[in-house]
Every structure is written in structure tokens, then in C-alpha cells.
Write a protein that binds this ligand. Structure first.
Ligand SMILES: [Zn+2]
Ligand SMILES: [Zn+2]
Length: 458
């Protein structure tokens, strides 16, 4: 016989693993030593990343100071920014990391070359980190853990070695993709070609602007595309609102969408990562979604995945109800029947001789603070002191407004014994409480479920 768990009330054999995977992993993994001195820091830096991420913008800024910008080069730089940026957003991110759609080999090659031109690692390396980010969001196993600060999630994680390796993520599907393997294998050669040579040579051959091509289309464009992607890890986890889930840091914001070629609806994305869209409304900015949709029309992409509208709206409603509940909790509500004393008719008579009490729907109300304020005048209220005013209140004399019903409920002081007939809930519940945001723990338990079974769809 196994013993019964005090935590779950279940036999010990069924005791669930209470320690989370993240906590377990952190406890059982040797962390890199803390960085306390400058000497420690020198050994803990990814020097290649640091040099790349500092020299590229420096050369770009100095170069721009001394190099006139021709309009052809400016246009081409913007085009190349979008091409390499889409290589990341439509390729690395939505196609490979999340498998939001299928692409033909031609489109895959176009995106793999665009992505390598953005100089952010190979598809395989990038997707592994990104899958860990989704799986372990906001924990120490998240490679760009936003809880460690804006700067860390933006660029710090690329420069200083993490104290803990990112959590595990499966990329075996990507290892089978020949285009991913090819890109991984020739990564540095492709990086030099697509990141620097191609954007320099095209303006040189087409309109004779070698230097402008290098400074603007290669170097400065690369700086922009780097920080555009970095914003998905920093800005998109920091700025905006959380209409789908407020447990974690991802946020939705138009500014982030503009900065990241449409990856700005990150709260939606973390909830529905396999959806090919980041923005689901027509007025939201998501050029990556538009690009994938156009590719579908051109038969270059297929099987575009979308989450069902029903599930998306359920997510929205959950957060809306939560916010409504917070508003509801800030208001003062009438005492319910369980908190009120029950008195008999004689006691009611005796008490109403001392203060103005009125019986309505079996509930006794103290109207002393209200009688002079009554819009219909005090005498009509006074007439019902010590009496049953149910019929008069519910339309017999005047059909009272919702506000009047709500206010009346606030005046409750007692229940008349035997005075509340069964089945008149609609008279006892004030309008403001008929649609009530209730936590599941506050719902009537088993009876509510058994009653509702009758209404189950057949
Ligand atoms: Zn994220
Ligand atoms: Zn993602």
C-alpha cells in the first residue's frame, strides 16, 4: 500500500513532480563563476561579437560623415535592409524557428541568403536559441531573458557569456533540411558575400558608387538590421500592452512593429508562435506577414498556419475579464444574504419604529441616509417604513432605474425570516451584479456543473 500524499491527497505513487524543470536545471547545473573584476570580464566576453557589434557602427558613422549619399544608393540600402531583415523575420524566425508555413526550395535559398546577409549566425544556431527563448521565456534558461534588463536582452547576452547555458531546444527537424545544412556549413563565406560583398558591388557596378555601397548598403544597413532584430528581444519585451497574456514580458506595440519589420505584436506571437502572422488586424503593421502572403499567391509558400479565431478571442477575453475583475474589486458592493442578520416580522416592526427601515423582496433596508435624497420625494418613502414595499418599488408605483436598484442593495441591513420567497433571484440581484466576473473558486461547485449538464450540446 502506498501512502497518501499530504500535498495532493493522492497515493504517493501519483505524486507529481513539483519542482519545475527550470528550477531543477538551475539547481543541478554548474554556473559560470560570477564576474566581479575587470580581469574576470576579459575572459567572459565573446570577442568576435563585441568587435563586430562595435566596429561596424563606428565605421558606418565615420564613413557616412565623409561619404556623400546618392539617392540610388539610399534606395538600394533600404531595399537591402528589407531583404536581409525579411531573411530573419520571414525566414529564420517564422519559417525555420516556428515552422509557420512551408516554402519551396527557391524561396528557402532566397531567405537563407537574405538571413545570412543580416549577420546573426546560421539558421540552425539562431533557431536553437529562439526556440529556447520561447520555451523558457523570462527564466535564466532563456538566452535573452528580458528580466535581466533591457540592455542585456538587447545586446548584453551577445557580448558577455551567460552564467548558464540556454535551455535545451530540439532542432532535429532543421538538421534534416539540406538548405539549413548548406548555410551552416558555408556560413562565414556566405556572411562575407551577402553581408559585405554583394551590397558593395551592386551599387559599384550599377551606378559607380563603390564607397557609398560599402558605407551605406553594407555597413550602416547592417547596423540597422542588427538593432532591428535586437529590438524583438528587448523593446518587444518592454514596451506596450499585453492583450493575450500578462504572465510574461512580451508586449504589443506599433513602434516595435515599425522597428522590426512587423515583429512588434510580440504578446500575440508568444501566445500563438506557430501563427504566420504577428499582427492579426488589418490596420496593424506586419510586412513580414504580407511578404509571406504574397509568396503564397506566387506559389512559393504554402500551408500558412493560423490559430483559430475562437482560441485567439478566448485569450483576449481572459485578459479583458481579468482587467474588469480588477475594476470590480475596486468598487464597494452590497452585503450578500450570508452576512445579514435574519429577523422576524415583530422585530422588524419594533426596529422600524426607531429608524427608517423598509422591506423590499424579503430584504430589510435602512434608508435613513437616503430618505431626504429620494428623487420622488421623502413622503412616499416614509409611507412604506415598517411595511413591504416590494410591489411599489418594482413598478407598482414607479419602475425604478438600474441605478436605483444598485443603490437600494447598498442599504441592506437584514433579512426578514421567511420573507424571501424562493425563485425571485432577479429581484434580489441588483443589475450591477447580474453579469459578475467570478473566479472559478468562487463558483458554486458541484451543483453548478450538474445543473449545466442539461444544457450540454448533444
Ligand atoms: Zn520574445
Ligand atoms: Zn518567435
Amino acid at each position: 500500500m502506498s501512502s497518501v500524499s499530504p500535498k495532493t491527497g493522492l497515493p504517493g505513487l501519483l505524486e507529481p513532480e513539483v519542482e519545475s524543470y527550470v528550477a531543477h536545471k538551475i539547481k543541478n547545473t554548474k554556473l559560470r563563476p560570477p564576474i566581479t573584476t575587470w580581469r574576470d570580464l576579459i575572459g567572459e566576453i565573446y570577442w568576435f561579437h563585441l568587435i563586430l557589434l562595435t566596429t561596424v557602427p563606428t565605421i558606418g558613422l565615420i564613413g557616412a560623415w565623409y561619404t556623400p549619399l546618392r539617392w540610388e544608393t539610399a534606395l538600394f540600402s533600404v531595399f537591402y535592409y528589407f531583404y536581409t531583415g525579411l531573411g530573419i523575420t520571414a525566414g529564420y524566425h517564422r519559417l525555420w524557428a516556428h515552422r509557420c508555413y512551408n516554402a519551396t526550395p527557391f524561396l528557402k535559398v532566397v531567405l537563407a541568403l537574405g538571413g545570412v546577409g543580416a549577420v546573426q549566425g546560421s539558421i540552425k544556431w539562431w533557431s536553437r536559441g529562439h526556440r529556447a527563448h520561447h520555451r523558457f521565456t523570462d527564466t535564466k534558461l532563456d538566452p535573452y531573458d528580458a528580466t535581466q534588463g533591457f540592455l542585456y536582452s538587447h545586446i548584453g547576452w551577445l557580448i558577455v557569456k551567460p552564467r548558464l547555458r540556454p535551455g535545451t531546444a530540439d532542432v532535429s527537424d532543421l538538421s534534416k533540411d539540406p538548405i539549413v545544412r548548406w548555410q551552416h556549413r558555408y556560413y562565414f563565406l556566405l556572411l562575407l558575400t551577402m553581408g559585405f560583398v554583394v551590397p558593395t558591388v551592386i551599387p559599384w557596378l550599377a551606378w559607380g558608387d563603390l564607397r557609398g555601397g560599402y558605407v551605406y548598403a553594407a555597413i550602416l544597413r547592417l547596423t540597422f538590421v542588427h538593432h532591428s532584430t535586437f529590438c524583438v528581444n528587448s523593446l518587444a519585451h518592454w514596451l506596450g500592452d499585453s492583450p493575450y497574456d500578462d504572465k510574461h514580458t512580451p508586449r504589443n506595440h506599433l513602434i516595435t512593429a515599425f522597428a522590426t519589420i512587423g515583429e512588434g505584436y510580440h504578446n500575440f506571437h508568444h501566445q500563438f508562435p506557430m501563427d504566420y502572422r504577428n499582427a492579426i488586424r488589418w490596420y496593424q503593421y506586419d510586412p513580414t506577414k504580407w511578404f509571406i502572403w504574397v509568396c503564397k499567391q506566387l506559389r512559393l509558400a504554402s500551408h500558412l498556419k493560423t490559430f483559430s479565431d475562437n482560441e485567439i478571442r478566448k485569450g483576449e477575453l481572459t485578459i479583458q475579464l481579468k482587467r474588469l475583475r480588477e475594476q470590480q474589486d475596486q468598487l464597494v458592493w452590497p452585503r450578500d444574504g450570508h452576512d445579514l442578520p435574519v429577523v422576524d416580522w415583530e422585530t422588524y416592526q419594533k426596529l422600524s419604529a426607531e429608524r427608517p427601515l423598509i422591506l423590499i423582496s424579503g430584504l430589510i433596508h435602512d434608508v435613513s441616509t437616503f430618505i431626504e435624497e429620494h428623487p420622488g420625494g421623502a413622503p412616499i418613502v416614509a409611507k412604506y417604513i415598517g411595511k413591504d414595499a416590494t410591489t411599489a418599488f418594482f413598478g407598482g408605483v414607479y419602475d425604478h432605474s438600474n441605478a436605483a436598484h444598485n443603490l437600494l442593495a447598498m442599504k441592506r441591513v437584514g433579512i426578514l425570516h421567511g420573507g424571501m420567497p424562493h425563485g425571485v433571484d432577479d429581484k434580489v440581484i441588483p443589475p450591477s451584479q447580474r453579469l459578475w466576473v467570478a473566479r472559478y473558486t468562487e463558483l458554486g461547485s458541484s451543483s453548478a456543473y450538474s445543473d449545466s449538464e442539461a444544457g450540454m450540446p448533444q
